[in-house]
Write a protein that binds this ligand. Structure first.
Ligand SMILES: Nc1ncnc2c1ncn2[C@@H]1O[C@H](COP(=O)(O)OP(=O)(O)O)[C@@H](O)[C@H]1O
Ligand SMILES: [Mg+2]
Length: 274
């Protein structure tokens, strides 16, 4: 990991594929949820996966994180096939999904939550590099320092001593990101992380993602919130009916007639039903 230019300056990033989704198909009985899906997420890139409800985004997310097996195709991370790997083995490769609020231990402190995450994981590289820590196993003191750094990064350090269950909804989601960071990701995957958040919680969450982006963490974001997607993404992949219909930078996606049609089409159907 390198500490790169502050995010938002959008320095051009070299296109080195980190994650490759190759010819993925997913069938649920007779239903084709995904057919022949292909895209890459490049190192250090924020890639958003968008599309109308039922497009297959969560299914794709679950394939990548090992919670579902594809009917066909391969996902590779840094050249290694993820076929047949269990979710925890994929996490061990540095590919970490954020946890929802239910994964936060409600009855222990915010700080202890992150310490638990740090004790569970193996060797660090992200935090070792960031804090210039030696390569031996971290001492308890170093783990505590790391936990505080992570909490500072996600902006809940001031609540470190409080019981996790006492945090607001938005702060619990940020603690979920802290737990994911404790697992030492090189790539972070988020499925609708700001759903249910109010505007200020969403803004705080976006600031954290922007910081992580600036640290060189590769991010795959599945999200409905278009201002957020347009504001933070280097590239956007659009799915509709289980297929990729567009892949490009935000400006190109915003003006893509097929993308506009996919969203308007669903909107029109939904309005007709309501
Ligand atoms: N476990 C499952 N069993 C059967 N059908 C499923 C299952 N999961 C998702 N689907 C179907 O697959 C399609 C894609 O769903 P999903 O990936 O959740 O879409 P999105 O996240 O884009 O809204 C939908 O038609 C959905 O009903
Ligand atoms: Mg979904």
């Amino acid at each position: 990991m390198t500490i790169s230019t502050p995010a938002g300056l959008a320095a051009p990033k070299p296109r080195v594929p980190a994650l490759s989704v190759e010819h993925i198909a997913v069938h649920f009985g007779g239903l084709v949820a995904i057919s022949d899906l292909n895209f890459d997420v490049n190192e250090g890139e924020v890639l958003s996966l968008i599309g109308p409800n039922g497009a297959g985004k969560t299914t794709a997310f679950n394939i990548i994180t090992g919670f579902l097996k594809p009917t066909k195709g391969t996902v590779r991370y840094r050249g290694t096939s993820l076929n047949g790997l269990k979710p925890h083995e994929i996490t061990g490769l540095g590919l970490v999904r954020t946890f929802q609020r239910t994964s936060v231990f409600q009855t222990i402190s915010v700080f202890q939550n992150v310490m638990t995450g740090l004790h569970r994981r193996g060797r660090s590289s992200l935090w070792d590099t960031l804090l210039a820590l030696p390569q031996e196993r971290q001492s308890e003191k170093e783990l505590r320092d790391t936990a505080h750094e992570i909490l500072k990064l996600v902006g809940v350090e001031h609540r470190a001593a409080d019981i996790a269950g006492s945090l607001s909804y938005g702060d619990q989601r940020l603690l979920g990101v802290a737990l994911a960071l404790a697992a030492n990701p090189t790539m972070l995957l988020l499925d609708e992380p700001v759903s249910g958040m109010n505007a200020s919680e969403t803004a705080a969450f976006m600031r954290v993602l922007t910081k992580l982006r600036g640290m060189g963490v590769t991010i795959l974001l599945v999200e409905h919130d278009m201002p957020m997607v347009m504001g933070i993404s280097d590239r956007i992949v659009v799915m509709n009916y289980g297929r990729l219909i567009a892949d490009g930078p935000p400006a190109a996606i915003q003006g893509n007639p097929e993308v506009i049609q996919a969203y308007l089409g669903v909107g029109a159907k939904k309005r007709a039903r309501d």
